[in-house]
Design a protein around this ligand. Sequence first.
Ligand code: ADP
Ligand code: MG
Length: 304
Amino acid sequence: MSIETRNISKLYGKQRALDTVSLSVRKGELVGFLGPNGAGKSTMMKIITGYLPADSGEFLIHGEKVLPGDLAYKKDIGYLPEHNPLYPDLYIKEYLEITAGFYGLKNVKKRVAEMVELTGLGLEQHKKIRALSKGYRQRVGLAQALIHDPSILILDEPTTGLDPNQLEEIRHLIRTISREKTVILSSHIMQEVEAVCNRVIIINRGKIVADGSISEVKSGSLQQNQVVFAEFATPVGHESLLQIPGVQNALPNGNGWELEAASGADIRAAVFEFAVQNQLTLLTLHEKQKNLENVFHQLTQNKI
Ligand code: ADP
Ligand code: MG
């Protein structure tokens, strides 16, 4: 086990950002840490990387407990923080040399050159950070995170704000550099996690709501209920939809409704019957595919 947390909790004032979060990531895994904004992803990553203390709970790296104030383990961790704080007035190489200095690396110039090569910064290497596009700044952030050759990488929303081409390049780079490492990558975008990771941990309001391989999470090992999309030609009240036998929840979606079935039920026939009895014209009726996006919505829609 490379990273393990046990019942980590964190309060900001009265707000509980993390509530007894236990997770473990094995050596060599590339895990997506998925959740809506405000779910607690960055807070968890700051705790793992030692930038923020937890209020309670334990945290182990390579099976060894990390004690408060223990900094030695940081040499094993590379961290790309959420907003990738860089120094715009520094040249790329200058910045990477300073970072290498923090870790007391020898052969700094050689190591910086290797990182420039690995992260595809070659053509831009003589520029100041200020002059770089967001995609290239993320490369600098990744080079910074990798410079001391850590075995663990913590990447907080590494592709947020990139255009589609940059996004594909950075994803490719992350897959390449992750081969030999244990990686946790946070994201609020389901497709991203599906494209890059082999396992997903979903967090919502400070609590883990799903944890498994992408296919496990999708295939309803979570006891996922059927969701049916129904569109009627005339407006239908929320309350009347909840009267349909087997329907336990109804959410408006575009011109229609997403109807969630009670556990194990197939509600399609009942929805059709409801339309007939109420003389409603049913324009669309189909079962929603269980893709990761649906699972994510279901687990994180924060029903009131
Ligand atoms: P995520 O990264 O998943 O968007 P965060 O970990 O940043 O979530 O935030 C979790 C919750 O804690 C949010 O409700 C956020 O507003 C709150 N929060 C985060 N940082 C602070 C802080 N420094 N002070 C007060 N509240 C915070
Ligand atoms: Mg965040």
